[in-house]
Design a protein around this ligand. Structure first.
Ligand code: FAD
Length: 471
């Protein structure tokens, strides 16, 4: 991955053809950028390293945070950019970039409306997810409630709009002139075939660096031995190109983690199980964390437990309720990840937990609920029905989902240097750009990842179209 320049010994190659906007990466960010660039009249190509576009977008739950959407209005939800910024700043202990948070707060709802109305990508307000740092209901989700469907909807929209996605096309270098303007890309195709393509502007939609072990070791050493449960092809290429061109990067220590990845099945255990009253114990049968305090940050206490493992404990009633809306819960059932018993003693045995441990933790929760007080971990189970037999358990571990640090951008999603001056024609969004999670794992607000991808993708694609060579 490098920046190549015109030198006497190594002149720039002849480009086979030139397009207005080159988008690198076919996840939510890249595909939304392509749609926006097309709408603005540009010719656009999306280059994707995989044979079939997948990305972290397909692995996600597909929930997108959007502020001020028509969907919110239809459901009578009062929300505003100011409320969103306040939520982001509270979640990150005032350490996120407020300018970026405001940009997402002001633009995300309109971008979701545009996707729905112009490109038939419906994202519906979700009634299940509330709280967890969002003071208004603002999570939007595709009808089938998963990221794979979201990506398919975006791919179909690109096909209709004439934004071609070139697969098995790994961009291995950018060609730049002396002013750091990108003039073309080097693309590696199957069999080592190299294609050199000229362009008017580039959108970096290559996501973060979760798949780059060296970068994880450098920036997020606490997760260097943890499982990475994002897309392997996200190796920080866009961030590395930006840095080589003199751009600034920020919050490189931040990431979205998860403490409840089924082990060994590698399926995300739906959080509503815990929101509705489930709890976590370690392999010694002891609770160790407030399960709702921080979804992303929970990976840290889970990984600190013996063997880095824990059990999610819930009941059959909650399992059935979750089955109705969660693909993951169905998958957990199908692969036999859920242990089930008619009493605590049998469940303890099935899970290899000390006798009496689950019964004791459940009794402590019941006692706190009856006394109308928080438990010893500061969690309140008030208004949540006690767990009832049959009881269920899934073994989990902590994992790194995706990184939150990246290239600094301005309001046009244009990549900037440390003094805020923009690089001439380089744009970034999604995981390639700095997010609004501050510098720590605890700052991630649910559904912000896809919001950064879609909102910034739309802004970047539209702005990149202004560099049309055909104009
Ligand atoms: C299990 C899981 C669940 C999640 N759930 C949610 C959720 O519900 N809501 C939410 O907001 N966020 C969620 N996230 C985070 C969310 O998935 C990401 O924030 C989002 O998908 C990022 O989109 P993107 O377009 O930037 O990256 P991606 O979707 O990862 O796309 C990047 C693409 O770039 C390609 N690429 C990289 N380098 C090159 C190169 N050099 N040449 C060509 N192609 C390249 C990759 O192959 C990849 O296809 C979740 C993440 C995970 C892992």
């Amino acid at each position: 991955m490098s920046i190549l320049r015109n030198t006497p010994t190594s002149p720039l190659p002849e480009f086979e053809y030139t397009i207005d906007v080159a988008v690198i990466g076919a996840g939510a960010c890249g595909l939304t950028a392509a749609l926006a660039a097309r709408d603005a009249g540009a010719d656009v190509l999306v280059f994707e390293r995989d044979k079939r576009p997948w990305g972290s977008t397909s692995m996600s739950l597909g929930a997108v945070c959007g502020v001020g959407s028509k969907e919110q209005q239809r459901h009578g939800i009062a929300d505003s950019a100011a409320t969103f910024v306040a939520d982001v700043m509270a979640k990150t202990e005032q350490r996120a970039d407020p300018r970026l948070a405001r940009l997402i707060g002001e633009r995300s709802g309109g971008v979701l409306d545009w996707l729905n109305e112009t490109h038939q990508v419906p994202l519906l307000l979700d009634a299940k997810w509330t709280g967890l740092g969002h003071s208004a209901r603002r999570l939007h989700i595709p009808p089938g409630r998963n990221g794979e469907e979201l990506l398919a909807l975006l791919l179909n929209a690109c096909a209709r709009a004439g934004a071609e996605v070139v697969t098995e096309a790994t961009v291995t270098a950018l060609y730049a002139d002396e002013s750091n303007r990108i003039v073309g890309l080097r693309v590696e195709r199957p069999g080592g075939v190299i294609e050199n393509i000229g362009c008017g502007a580039v959108v970096l939609a290559t996501c973060g660096f979760g798949g780059n072990e060296a970068m994880i070791a450098e920036h997020i050493p606490e997760m260097r031995h943890a499982r990475y449960f994002g897309h392997e092809g996200n190796r920080g290429d866009g961030i590395l190109w930006g840095l080589e061109l003199g751009a600034a990067a920020a919050d490189m220590t931040a990431y979205q983690g998860l403490g409840t990845l089924a082990d060994p099945q590698q399926i995300v255990v739906p959080h509503p199980l815990m929101i509705e009253g489930g709890f976590l114990v370690n392999i010694e049968g002891k609770r160790f964390t407030h399960e709702l305090a921080n979804i992303s940050g929970m990976c840290v206490p889970v990984l600190q437990q013996p063997e880095g493992r824990a059990w999610v404990i819930f009941d059959e009633r909650r399992h059935q309720a979750c089955l109705e809306h969660s693909v993951e819960q169905r998958q957990l059932a199908e692969v036999g990840a859920i242990k089930r018993a008619d009493d605590w003693a049998t469940l303890e045995q099935l899970c290899g937990l000390p006798a009496g441990s689950l019964a004791a933790e459940n009794a402590a929760i019941d006692a706190a609920r009856s006394a109308d007080r928080e438990d010893h971990l500061g969690r309140s189970f008030k208004d949540l029905a006690p767990l009832q037999a049959p009881f269920c358990a899934v073994r989990v571990t902590g994992a790194l989902f995706h990184t939150q640090g990246g290239l600094c951008i301005n309001e046009r999603a244009q990549v900037v240097r440390a003094d805020d001056s923009p690089l001439p024609n380089l744009y970034a969004g999604g995981g390639a750009a700095r997010s609004i999670s501050g510098p720590a794992v605890t700052g991630y607000l649910p559904a912000v990842g896809l919001s950064m991808a879609i909102t910034l993708g739309a802004i970047a694609g539209h702005a990149a179209a202004s560099h049309r060579i055909s104009a």
